[in-house]
Design a protein around this ligand. Structure first.
Ligand code: APR
Length: 278
């Protein structure tokens, strides 16, 4: 057996073990970060700061102070990112998570996806129990409005920069900026659910940005199993029970395939595919 075969066999065993835990778990939480969208071609905030935007201080593009100084320019930045994101599609990692959720719910398990991503790709992939911790670039809310006043702003590119609502109120992107608190209702739901997770996966995140990075620790404190999927080592690696090294667009479909072999709801959910029918 050469070392590649050995490592792919070791990976298969880990995937099987995680799949077993996934089938037994009462509560599953998946926490995703920018790496989950990498294979959809979505650049991170800093990677997107190219060309004309490279000369801007990131804080001036993504903070309350930057916005009130020049709302039109900040909206131009977000409008360009929206246009780039509109061209992207969910990748096999997003789709595997949505399919896993459908299986889990069919089997009576609790399943929550908490993402730091603002691109909306998880909901486009079909994920339903989804918390967008850092907001969603396709939504906006009045500058002085509450989180609950967010509404969808689907036009792309936007016809007017900056946009206003029907009552003439200046709108801001519904995303969390530097120096801002997350929506407390969203964050506490994520933390409470992570605290009762038997199995928690962190996918495509450097686990450096809090409070999202605290989610796996909430599960660990209560004895939950933590799995990391990332091509690189992260801050979470020393604490995780399993660290799967590789891109999520490949590893999540592989994990899903193992779950489908074992999950009691898999047969009922897709009998035709599982039996190899055309
Ligand atoms: N599959 C899985 N993970 C990947 C892939 C991939 N194909 N490609 C890269 N990664 C990993 C990187 O190794 C890295 O650990 O994704 C991680 C991305 O890390 P960050 O860019 O720090 O993203 P994230 O953890 O989501 O935190 C960034 O900070 O900029 C703010 O609010 C913004 O939500 C964002 C947060």
């Amino acid at each position: 057996m050469d070392s590649r075969t050995e490592s792919s066999e070791a990976l298969r065993q880990q995937l099987r073990e995680i799949a077993r835990l996934a089938c037994r778990a009462r509560c599953i939480v998946v926490s995703t970060g920018a790496g989950t969208s990498a294979e959809s071609g979505i650049p991170t905030f800093r990677d997107a700061q190219t060309g004309l935007w490279a000369r801007y201080d990131p804080v001036m593009l993504a903070s309350y102070e930057g916005f009130v100084t020049d709302p039109e320019n900040v909206w131009r930045w977000y409008d360009e990112r929206r246009q780039a994101m509109a061209l992207a599609s969910p990748n096999p990692g997003h789709l595997a998570l949505a399919r896993w959720e459908a299986l889990a719910l069919a089997g009576g398990q609790e399943f929550l996806l908490a993402t730091q991503n603002i691109d909306g790709l998880h909901s486009r992939a079909g994920s339903m129990h989804l918390l967008e911790l850092h907001g969603n670039i396709w939504f906006a809310r009045p500058l002085k409005g509450a989180y609950s006043e967010a509404c969808e702003l689907p036009q792309c590119p936007l016809p007017q920069l900056p946009p206003y609502d029907g009552q003439g109120r200046l709108l801001r992107p519904h995303v969390v900026w530097f120096g801002e608190m997350l929506d407390n209702a969203v964050l506490s739901q994520a933390m409470v659910t992570a605290g009762r997770a038997d199995l928690l996966l962190v996918v495509g995140s450097s686990s450096q940005v809090y409070p999202a990075a605290a989610l796996p620790h909430a599960a660990l404190r209560k004895g939950g199993t933590v799995v990391e999927i990332n091509p690189s080592e992260t801050e979470l690696t020393p604490h995780a029970h399993f660290s799967l090294r590789g891109p999520s667009g490949e590893l999540l479909p592989q994990l899903l395939a193992e779950i489908e072999l074992l999950h009691p709801a898999a047969e009922a959910a897709a009998p035709a595919q599982r039996k190899g029918a055309p």
